[in-house]
Design a protein around this ligand. Structure first.
Ligand SMILES: Nc1ncnc2c1ncn2[C@@H]1O[C@H](COP(=O)(O)OP(=O)(O)OP(=O)(O)O)[C@@H](O)[C@H]1O
Ligand SMILES: [Mg+2]
Length: 255
């Protein structure tokens, strides 16, 4: 066999046109083949991740907010007094540190505090920082509760609810935004409350070993009253390094 056959004909032509000689040494050939296989593997991996991300974007429930925020945009100085600026600055550094840790590990994160203190935008900044190496999904709890309630209306709604639940189980990093608020809204509808508890339980069970970021206006004690213990223990981090306490910050909403 021609020793140069291992290079595809169109490349051989190009190499010859440029005056490059085709390697014939078996060790060189082996090394080149391994390199090109590794590159092909990486391309396939990236393409698979991009395809999955498109699915997770489709299934995200953003609750009407703009789903993009970066650490550069997250400014401690939006807080009105020096003490709060200092706490916000610490939170920003904790958020950046968490995003870095997620490169090599998985753990749950909880962000608790009042309205307008920057929890959702911080969660979005973390998603932005990790998007090149993890798939991400954002789900507003109130919108999720609505999707789950509406699923019995017709087949299309049912399928959509199933897709969303599956993506929530599978995605690398899931944000559950405003956890606890949906329970207040549906507290008079016990069937709906039971249903959303079941969804959170199934999702939390499947997500062991992955990362779930919870934002909430409630304390752990309040969440324990709303949800089954099994859900709390699977979703809410007990590690101080992964708990982000926004409770002493002020509402930064401009309107
Ligand atoms: N540190 C910050 N830097 C820049 N913008 C901020 C910051 N904190 C809050 N904001 C702005 O204030 C508004 C409210 O922030 P965000 O939605 O993150 O608050 P939240 O804590 O999630 O509130 P809620 O509990 O009501 O959902 C947003 O428009 C956000 O852009
Ligand atoms: Mg929010």
């Amino acid at each position: 066999m021609d020793q140069m056959q291992w290079v595809p004909r169109h490349l051989r032509k190009q190499m010859m046109a440029k005056g490059l000689s085709i390697p014939t040494d078996p060790d060189d050939i082996k090394r080149i083949k391994q390199q090109s296989e590794a590159r092909l593997k990486q391309t396939i991996q990236q393409e698979t991740q991009a395809q999955r991300q498109r699915l997770y974007d489709r299934d995200s429930l953003t609750g009407g907010i703009n789903r993009s925020f970066t650490f550069d945009e997250w400014q401690p100085t939006v807080q009105p007094n020096p003490q709060a600026v200092e706490i916000a600055d610490k939170l920003k550094r904790q958020g950046i540190w968490i995003a870095k840790q997620l490169e090599t590990s998985n753990f749950n994160i909880i962000m608790a505090g009042g309205a307008g203190v920057g929890k959702t935008s911080m969660a979005l900044a973390i998603l932005d920082a990790i998007k090149s190496f993890k798939t991400t999904m954002f789900v507003s709890s109130t919108e999720l509760a609505e999707v789950m309630r509406n699923q019995f209306a017709n087949e299309i709604n049912k399928q959509r609810a199933e897709h969303i639940e599956r993506s929530m189980r599978e995605v690398d990093v899931l944000v559950i935004d405003d956890f606890g608020t949906e329970a207040k809204m549906s507290s008079r509808d016990s069937e709906a409350t039971e249903f959303i508890q079941r969804v959170f339980f199934t999702v939390s069970e499947s997500r062991q070993g992955k990362t779930t970021i919870i934002t909430t206006n409630n304390s752990r004690q309040e969440l324990q009253v709303i949800y089954n213990d099994k859900i709390i223990s699977r979703l809410i981090s007990k590690d101080k390094l992964h708990q982000m306490d926004f409770t002493s910050l002020n509402d930064a909403r401009s309107n």
